[in-house]
Design a protein around this ligand. Structure first.
Ligand code: C2E
Ligand code: MG
Ligand code: MG
Length: 459
């Protein structure tokens, strides 16, 4: 029994062979030659680490079990290969970068990255074209034993944003597919709400001071002591739907709202410090994330100085987190800004360290206090020797440069134990504490914070 894909006479031989896998320890599905679920997730993480803004498409074959029963397992296998090959073909012809994976028995996933030079609007239009092409190609009948079979492939998608978890996105795209049934439903926030409406709502939220902060503790790994808090922006739509920061920060950057958004976050962090200063809480710094656009607009030093004065907060209680890649653009003016901030007396750290491409010479000259190791490295340290090696090197690098080292995204005791043993100074992550409202932080962060039990047992 043989299945022919009547949209091509090339049959299925090229599936998965057009490009060597980019991850180490390839995990391939023997039937299609495509990355399996683990391999696909590894590819997505590699894309995220390169800062790629991709869309994740989830696909499955409707009534695949019945097709197997009616036509036999060999026909089912050939059908899977045909679907895989069609996905590969659409990905190849799209002109950007793509990865196809077989992520379940009859489930496939396709990550699509627009061509590098495209602006956001052009990339969105490109994506729509690819989705239409994909639908069209997959809907073309498959020929089984001389019979044309109209197989329905369901499609759902999710936007792949930097910092979001690859497995979670795959799940989200799958969820969109199941909800969407016949067609595909759009699961990017901009498309769901309409970019213009979302921007308007964000504008109103900023003007109405409805951007809130959540505080996530940073802990000394040697003792468990609270050493600081990171302020993370939070935004809910009037109906209560929470929009993830990665989405609305990017939106604010695209629509020139990031300056005022950043000021709101800074104001709330300083207001929190000012209120706490009057009580008996430990006086630890609060770190505020700083976007590239804020950093490079030349105003940040003045804005920070004015805000500190307005709230009457000592500068040493404020820390600014800057993403590594953002420091690189326009290196000399970045260096002036960093020195300006340092001379105010605020602390500086490099966020998501290891994901950018810092030259070591540049790193040697930047006047920062801390390096925060990105959580993509921390995530794999218990399982992957290479991740462990990288984290070890980053800790040594920080120490050689006389900087404190902070590990982000600690989720398990094993990760905590490894990082402590490696001499990492500080840690942050869901195992220790999740981000919480300033009110909850005030309640929980007294003398004996909840994560202390972890340190009593591990020490
Ligand atoms: P970031 O600065 O690296 O912040 C850490 C992110 O990791 C936060 O996500 C936090 O909730 C999450 N996280 C903390 N511990 C864990 C863990 O154990 N596991 C996992 N999987 N995640 C953990 P969040 O709040 O979604 O923020 C995402 C990014 O959005 C931030 O990454 C930062 O780049 C940006 N962002 C957030 N607030 C602001 C802001 O006020 N201004 C600017 N410019 N960017 C912000
Ligand atoms: Mg940060
Ligand atoms: Mg980070």
């Amino acid at each position: 029994m043989n299945v022919h894909d009547d949209t091509t006479d090339k049959a299925f031989r090229t599936v998965g062979t057009s490009r060597p896998p980019a991850w180490t320890g390839a995990r391939l599905d023997p039937l299609t030659g495509l990355p399996d679920r683990g391999g696909f997730i590894a590819e997505i993480r590699a894309l995220q680490n390169q800062g790629a803004a991709a869309t994740l498409v989830s696909l499955d074959i409707e009534d695949f079990t019945q097709i197997n029963e009616a036509f036999g397992l060999d026909a089912g296998d050939e059908l899977l290969r045909a679907v895989a090959e069609r996905c590969e073909r659409v990905g190849r012809s799209a002109g950007g970068h793509h990865v196809v994976g077989r992520v379940g028995a009859d489930e496939f996933a396709l990550a699509l990255v627009p061509p590098a030079s495209q602006a956001w609007a052009a990339a969105a239009a490109w994506m729509e074209d690819v989705m239409l092409h994909l639908q069209e190609v997959l809907a073309t009948p498959y020929v089984i034993e001389g019979h044309s079979l109209g197989v329905r492939v369901r499609i759902g998608r999710a936007g792949l944003v930097r910092g979001s978890d690859a497995a979670e996105l795959l799940h989200r795209a799958g969820f969109a597919r199941r909800l969407g049934g016949d067609g595909y439903i759009v699961h990017s926030y901009e498309e769901k709400h309409g970019e213009r409406r979302l921007v308007q709502a964000l504008h109103e939220a900023i003007a109405g001071c409805r951007i809130e902060i959540a505080l996530q503790p940073k802990v000394a790994l040697a003792s468990g002591a609270l050493v600081g808090l990171e302020a993370l922006a939070r935004w809910r739509l009037p109906d209560g739907e929470q929009i993830p920061p990665n989405i609305f920060i990017a939106l604010a950057e695209r629509h020139n709202l990031i300056g005022t958004l950043g000021e709101r976050v800074l104001d709330q962090a300083l207001e929190t410090l000012a209120i706490w200063g009057k009580g008996d809480l430990p006086r630890v710094p609060i770190a505020v994330n700083c976007s590239a656009m804020q950093f490079h607009d030349g105003q940040i030093v003045a804005h920070v100085a004015q805000a500190l004065e307005r709230h009457g907060v000592p500068p040493k209680l404020l820390e600014l987190e800057l993403t590594e890649s953002k420091l690189l653009g326009n290196a000399e003016s970045a260096m002036r800004t960093l020195h300006g901030l340092r001379s105010l007396g605020v602390c500086l750290s490099i966020d998501d360290f290891g994901t950018g491409y810092s030259s070591l010479n540049y790193l040697r000259r930047v006047p920062v206090h801390r390096l925060k190791i990105d959580r993509c490295f921390v995530r794999d340290i218990a399982e992957e020797p290479s991740a462990r090696e990288i984290v070890h090197l980053l800790i040594q690098l920080a120490h050689n440069l006389r900087l404190k080292c902070v590990a982000e995204g600690i989720e398990t005791r094993a990760q905590l134990a490894i990082l402590s043993e490696m001499g990492c100074d500080e840690g942050q992550g869901f195992l220790l504490a999740t981000p919480m409202s300033p009110w909850a932080a005030r309640r929980h962060l007294g003398r004996n914070p909840p994560w202390m039990a972890l340190f009593e047992r591990t020490s």
